[in-house]
Each structure stands twice: as structure tokens, then as C-alpha cells.
Design a binder for this molecule. Sequence first.
Ligand code: ZN
Ligand code: ZN
Length: 358
Amino acid sequence: MKNPFLARQKAVVAQFPKKVDALLVTNLTNVRYLCGFTGSAGALLLEKGGATFFSDFRYQEQAAQEVGAAAQIVIYKTSTVEAVLEALKECRPKTIGVEGCLRVDQRETLEKDFAGKVTIVAGLPEKVRQVKDRDEIKALRHAFAIADRAFARLLAHIRPGRTEREIAARLEYLMRREGSDGVSFPTIIATGDHAACPHAQPTDRILKRGEMLKIDFGATFQGYHSDMTRTVFLGKADKKFREIYRIVRKAQKRAIALIKPGASCFDIDKAARDYIAKKGFGDNFGHGLGHALGLDIHEGPAYSPKSKDSLAAGMVLTVEPGIYLPGWGGIRIEDVFVVTDEGPVKLTGTSNKLLEID
Ligand code: ZN
Ligand code: ZN
């Protein structure tokens, strides 16, 4: 079996800016991506010839298990920066890049004690992370399947008299039981007119028959995040709900039809936005159409009116149009697709047809 981490390291090294010989990776999500370490203290020094992972005594065992052959492992007694400085004395690069997240005091120590130059290299592993490899797609599929199963089980618990908080707690419990490592983000449950807030947090509001229920949530598996929104109706959906649901769903379809390698993220956002505007709800769709996800719940690129990015095969993004009407409620439908040469491949398994709960 090939080590996926070595291929990822190679992809990042290949994109080093001209004068940079090594990159000190301190963003823990990037560290995880590049060598598999999941602990809370570690750094990776990536050079053209290989990688060195640094951590302290607490992670000696874990580092050996998780990082293995992906990097040389250094367990230090001093501090990350001192250990890195020690390693730099040996490999002697002329210029090292550091990420924007490196603490100011750590950067100052590096600049003071390192013989070469220190420069900020922003967003490089993040850029490589935009295109998911096979192992990542596999983990994502797993996370999405957990969310699908938890959602199917949740439906039996949605009934009048329950509070948003209770439904959120139940959903998070069900995801755990189905194999989730945690939640992608705090679960959003918004009922009735509370659903007019796109990112409403669950409250003690009690669900009543004849109301909508917006559910936005995600499971995580091996660090990978799922994300799905469904807006369901408790009882028989009225005409207005049906009409707005249809518009949101059709807007989503219009956007999905454009997903392919090379497509502009701006155009995909515009396809849904223009349709919603044409139907008279242009002012009621205030957020971007979607975002990439992976080891983080929000990654680049995004479908938005501000985007200058275009799609590449292997990118994974949400498509989540919504219409929010103050005093009435809000409907959002969110599904996730992998960009492939054969067209968009859906990761979400749950149907997005209008769902009425008895
Ligand atoms: Zn979501
Ligand atoms: Zn989302």
C-alpha cells in the first residue's frame, strides 16, 4: 500500500515558492494532512528531501503509530522552535517558509536564531488540500454515510412538543452511535419562524404541528467533515412552503448542472442566485452558495459572488441555496458533490424531496 502522506508532501514541496527550501508546518490540520498526526502539539518541517515531525514526550507513542514512515520523528524536551532550530542546523536551508498561524513569539525566536531567512508562505498546504485524494474521498464517504443513517433515525424523534435543543441533542447522540468521532460544527435546529436565521442555534422553542424544521449538521470520520441541510415540515406542508421549497430545490439543480472541472465558482453561484432572484426572492438569499470541505468544515474554494476560483477534479463542495423570510421561516437545501470528469458525484445519500413528517 502506498503512503498517501508522502504523495501529499511531494505535492506541497512541488509548489514551494522559488527561493523557499523548506516549510515549517504548524497548522495542526495541515500537519495531520501531511503526516497523519492527530494530537494537539506537533509541527512538521517539510524539505525537498523529506520531512521531520516534532512533538513532545506526551505524544511519543502516538507519533510513532500515526506518523510512522511519513516523517522522521523528533521528540523534544525543550520546545518546538528550539527543536526545529536544532534540525535546521543540520539541513541548513537558506530560506524557510512559515505559515501565517505561527505564533509571533515563535517567529521572532526563529528569525533571531536561524542563520537563514524566514518568510511567510500563506495557504500552501491548504491549496493542495483543495483536491482530495482517494483516501480522503473514502473518509468523506464514511462521514456522509454516518450522517445519513443518523438523520434517518432522527425522523422518528421529530414530533410536536419537542424543543430544538432536544432534537439537536438527539441528532448528535445518533451520529455518535452511528460511528461519528464528533460533530462537524454545532448542530443547527431551527423551527417555525426561527428558521429565518440562516445559522440559528437551537433554543428551547417548542416544535408545533404545521411548522417547518431546518436541520443543518454534520458527522466527522478520521477528521473529515460531512455537512447536510434539510428543511422538513411537521404535518401537511402549506402552499407557501411548497412553493418556496420548489424554488430552492430548482435553484440547487441549476447550479449542480454546471459542476465540472474548469467551471467557474462564480458562475455556479450565479446560476442559483439568478434563479432565486427571478422568482422574486433575490434579497432573501444572502449567503454564498457553497463551500469546500474536508479536514476543515469550511475550506476553499467556495461558490460565491466574490469567487475568482474555478473547479478541478477531486474538489468537494456543498451546494446550499436558501430563502429566508423574516417572520415566516427559511428553507435551505444542502447537498455535497465531488467534482469529477464524469460530472458531479453526490456524497449525500439522503433524498432532498420535500419531506412531511406525520
Ligand atoms: Zn451545513
Ligand atoms: Zn455548509
